[in-house]
Design a protein around this ligand. Structure first.
Ligand code: PRX
Length: 653
């Protein structure tokens, strides 16, 4: 627990921002009192709260039991039956939402496609039937390795329609990472596409899948969407294994796309995320509880109205894309903008052009993007008409007050509230934020708990700390959209999330809370880094590095970085016969790119003769963090095995 001390102090931010009277007047929750009343109800009378709030959703068998069992294993809406796609699609087909645009998509080169709810439903039903005809059914796992195209949403929903469990793997992961994830969940089928645009280049997704499935015994079929076409992204289909997406959909009988009604706790998806060991965790979410969280948080946090054009800039390969591009907005009948490409292609004006062109009203993005835009210059947003925006959101990492204020002023024109949303892959939906019409905003502070959520900042023995004091962020009780387990590894689930503080969900984050109950999340206190909003486990990086022939030992740590939040610094020692130098640096960066994905390539590689270790042989990461950050090594070094090591590492600066 010694690492926990490092979250220490924080600078106080005193600026306060109120939602405008106009925003408040139209907001669902328009005062602190209204929020507090609902919040109290959600904790004290959860039965009444959830019954009323989920009224719109479709359950083929309504629940009579709200929650069954105790943490870590709670079943929510335990006896209900449903198919999540009926809440996201079918329920809209009998209302005016039927002909409303569900997905408004823009390709990186500029082509625009619109899919209404009726069209999205038809495509989903057809593709669900196609999956069934290929032998995919209830409980089967389907890996999805695609870019930001409308069909990725069709693929996810089609899986859910037939009770199959999707596992989307971010398209930036390398073949080895994809292979490991497929093998961990035993996927039967992979959905992919020929290629995707990224900064004017084609990312050859199918080629990566071909390499990954060379060593995945469970895979029976690879279903390939021809998105770019043979000329731009040439591919070959392997007879007997590969199936053309469009052909399979055309041959399917829509009548065979009926929804599979499953129990509330039926698995919906597995999403792999980094933890503190080398092996990524398959975070498992189930159906009704996840839907409840995604649906209700989208409704209140983004305060969606009929005429909103909502844009979440995340990739569907991350949880933000699952909850706030797919399940949350669709269950609310919203119009979502979806953009295929890079934020700075062909230049730093692209996001702002997209907002002007599509008249985006709600924008949800990440601090790392905001900081990159700040650096690119105010002239880019200034050149565009951003007056359609009415609400802004931030997610994925702490937003520094300066970036918050810039976002408010230069993007929101001073009139748009900002929701700084704290949550995790494991939490399924937003747990902490200030509802936009309800309360004042404090830059840098995520704010107040969402309905049904009881967070607390505690000491390492579980006692709540007072206002202003730093501690561990935990959640006192279960909430509907929490992860249910780590796929195939209940012990790891309990160990990771429920063993630190008895009876509490342990987030892995450090936080503090002010006198008015606002939570400020400072960052991870475990060995997980947040680089440009990507969650990276130091142990994963280290095991990738030591798999290189030259590397004897490796230690990865984070260094504060103005742009990326954290930068990845690794210290390596070499095996005899290998020489440090820029050639090896490039080789090691490429090696990590190949083993995990380019986004995980270290920013800084430092060679050392030895790593600082305790007498019991544990690498002293705290010291390495200080060295990486260019700080004088702090704290107790009395257990350091060889003080010379420290002197040498520091001298290398
Ligand atoms: O450290 C917190 C940080 O991101 C972690 C979760 O990462 P991931 O599972 O990849 O999910 C990201 C998208 C929800 C958290 O443990 N984090 C996320 N949002 C915030 C944040 N830190 C501070 N403020 C936030 N708003």
């Amino acid at each position: 627990m010694s690492e926990h001390k490092s979250i220490g102090t924080f600078s106080a931010e005193s600026r306060r921002f109120e939602p405008s009277a106009d925003f408040r007047a139209r907001a669902r929750i328009s005062s602190l009192e209204q929020y507090q009343t609902l919040y109290r109800e959600s904790l004290d009378s959860p039965e009444t709260f959830w019954r009323r709030e989920l009224e719109e959703l479709v359950f083929t068998k309504p629940w009579t039991v709200l929650a069954e069992g105790k943490v870590p294993f709670v079943k929510w809406f335990a006896d209900a039956e449903l198919n999540i796609t009926e809440s996201c699609l079918d329920r809209h087909l009998t209302t005016s939402v039927r002909d409303k645009v569900a997905i408004q998509w823009e390709a990186e080169p500029g082509e625009v496609r619109r899919l209404t709810y009726a069209e999205l439903a038809a495509q989903t039903v057809r593709f669900a039937a196609a999956l069934r005809s290929l032998g995919v059914g209830r409980g089967d796992r389907v890996a999805i390795y695609m870019g930001m195209v409308p069909e990725v949403v069709v693929g996810m929903l089609a899986c859910a329609r037939i009770g199959a469990v999707h596992s989307v793997v971010f398209g930036g992961f390398a073949a080895e990472s994809l292979r490991d994830r497929i093998n961990d969940c035993g996927a039967k089928v992979v959905l992919t596409q020929d290629g995707a645009w990224r900064r004017g280049h084609v990312v050859p997704l199918k080629e990566t899948v071909d390499r990954a499935v060379e060593h995945t015994p469970s895979i029976e079929k690879v279903i390939v969407l021809r998105h770019l076409g043979q000329e731009r992204a040439p591919i070959s289909l392997k007879p007997g294994r590969d199936v053309d997406w469009a052909e399979a959909a055309a041959a399917a009988e829509p009548a065979a796309g009926t929804p599979e009604h499953v129990n509330a706790e039926h698995p919906l998806f597995i999403l792999y995320t980094s933890g503190s060991t080398g092996k990524p965790k398959g975070v498992l979410h189930t159906t009704a509880g996840y839907l409840a969280g995604a649906y209700l948080s989208t409704k209140y946090v983004f305060d969606l109205r009929d005429d909103d054009v909502y844009w979440c800039t995340a990739d569907v390969g991350w949880v933000t894309g699952h909850s706030y591009i797919v399940y949350g907005p669709l269950s609310n009948g919203a119009t979502c903008l979806m953009y295929e490409g890079a934020p700075n292609f062909p230049d730093w004006g692209r996001f702002w052009q997209l907002i002007e062109k599509h008249r985006v009203t709600v924008l949800y993005t990440a601090p790392t993007a905001i900081r990159a835009f700040i650096r690119a210059g105010n002239q880019w947003p200034a050149a565009q008409d951003l007056s359609s925006l009415r609400l802004l959101g931030s997610v994925g990492e702490p937003i520094n007050p300066e970036a918050w204020v810039w976002y408010h002023e230069h993007i929101g024109g001073g009139r748009c509230p900002i929701v700084d949303t704290w949550w995790q892959t494991e939490t399924g939906s937003i747990l902490i934020t200030t509802l936009p019409g309800a309360a004042e905003m404090k830059p840098g502070s995520a704010g107040l708990p969402f309905f049904g959520v009881e967070p607390e900042v505690v000491t390492s023995d579980g006692r709540a700390v007072g206002p202003g004091a730093a501690g561990l962020l935990v959640v006192r009780r279960s909430w509907p959209s929490q992860l249910r387990t780590v796929y195939g590894d209940d012990d790891r689930y309990v160990q990771q999330y429920y063993s630190e503080i008895e009876g509490n969900y342990f987030t892995g984050d450090g936080a503090h809370r002010d006198e008015s109950g606002y939570f400020t999340v400072v960052g991870r206190i475990d060995d997980v880094l947040n680089v440009s909003g990507h969650r990276i486990g130091t142990a994963e990086i280290e095991s990738a590095l030591v798999s290189h022939k030259a590397v004897a030992e490796a230690a990865a740590v984070g260094r504060p970085d103005e742009l990326k939040g954290q930068a990845l610094v690794v210290f390596v020692t070499l095996k005899p016969g290998h020489t440090a130098g820029s050639e090896l640096v490039s080789e090691l960066r490429a090696h990590v790119g190949k083993e995990i994905g380019k986004f995980a390539a270290p920013d800084d590689i430092r060679f050392a003769e030895a790593l600082p270790k305790t007498r019991s042989g544990k690498i002293m990461r705290r010291l390495l963090k200080d060295i990486a950050a260019g700080r004088e090594a702090q704290g107790d070094v009395s257990t350091l095995e060889d003080l010379n090591v420290l002197a040498k590492l520091s001298a290398d600066e």
